[in-house]
Design a protein around this ligand. Structure first.
Ligand SMILES: Nc1ncnc2c1ncn2[C@@H]1O[C@H](COP(=O)(O)OP(=O)(O)OP(=O)(O)O)[C@@H](O)[C@H]1O
Ligand SMILES: [Mg+2]
Length: 245
């Protein structure tokens, strides 16, 4: 079992993070990194602290110890909106789209920010509509009327409006039909080709191994295993234990 080392060139690096919810000590020294343009999978059984790791990176949970760096700068504890402005995107487990706003209005919440020209806004919209043609079809529909898979696409598309350098994706395929799962996998591939880094939390182990370059496996609030995605052997008993498969 190799210990993950934070890399000097990492886009996001997390060093020895401890996070509590009230008196519960949830993260016990998580260390991981994601390089620029890299897709990294974060796996582990239910309740091991995957979502808490993403929330701590995104400034939504405050660590009691440890450091988060983004592009070489210490950003530990900065509020989420500041991190978003620096280029960190986040799509939470519950997606949090605006149900009563149309698809277009949902996307505009990410577009209406300083320094984005009308031309750039149009380019960004054209790009997400090319990625997600179904969102173009449904652009005038309230977000709450979309299917689960379409809402997931809208949540990812909205994150893309902020032109992030990395997206933290929490269980994007949870509860989706197989056809939608493969569309989400294709989008992850397309974002990767566009140079966007992704930290992917998933229960879908085959999808994660296929989409990611490297994998971290968590257990009880710690990273237990770290390796290239191609080196994971899902028949290995220790790996099966960690993944609960
Ligand atoms: N807001 C909270 N208050 C108190 N405890 C919490 C809170 N959120 C999560 N926890 C607890 O922290 C632990 C880690 O939760 P977390 O959501 O990070 O796990 P996870 O690996 O994402 O699990 P899952 O696979 O079920 O999404 C769990 O024991 C959970 O019950
Ligand atoms: Mg979770």
């Amino acid at each position: 079992m190799s210990a993950p080392q934070p890399s000097a060139e990492a886009l996001v690096s997390v060093s020895n993070i401890h996070t509590h919810y009230g008196k519960s000590h949830i993260l016990h020294g998580v260390t991981l990194h994601v390089g620029a343009g890299e897709v990294v999978g974060l796996l582990g059984r239910n309740g091991v602290g995957k979502s808490t790791t993403l929330k701590t990176i995104m400034g939504l949970a405050q660590p009691s110890q440890g450091e988060v760096k983004f592009a070489g700068r210490a950003v530990t504890g900065l509020p989420a909106h500041k991190l978003a402005r620096l280029g960190m995107g986040y799509v939470p487990e519950d997606r949090r789209i605006f149900r009563f706003l149309t698809v277009m209005e949902n996307l505009r919440t990410g577009l209406d920010r300083r320094g984005v020209t009308a031309q750039r806004k149009q380019e960004l919209l054209d790009k997400v509509f090319a990625y997600f043609p179904v969102l173009a079809e449904r652009r005038h529909q309230p977000g709450g009327t979309l299917s689960g898979g379409e809402q997931q696409m809208l949540a990812i598309a909205r994150a893309m409006m902020l032109e992030p350098r990395i997206i933290l994706l929490d269980e994007p395929t949870e509860g989706l039909m197989p056809r939608m799962v493969s569309q989400i996998a294709q989008i992850i591939g397309a974002l990767h080709r566009d140079g966007v880094a992704i930290l992917l939390v998933e229960q879908n182990v085959p999808l994660t191994l296929q989409a990611s370059e490297r994998i971290y496996i968590m257990e009880k609030g710690m990273v237990r295993h770290h390796c290239a995605a191609s080196d994971i052997n899902v028949n290995d008993e220790a790996i099966r234990q960690y993944l609960g498969v």
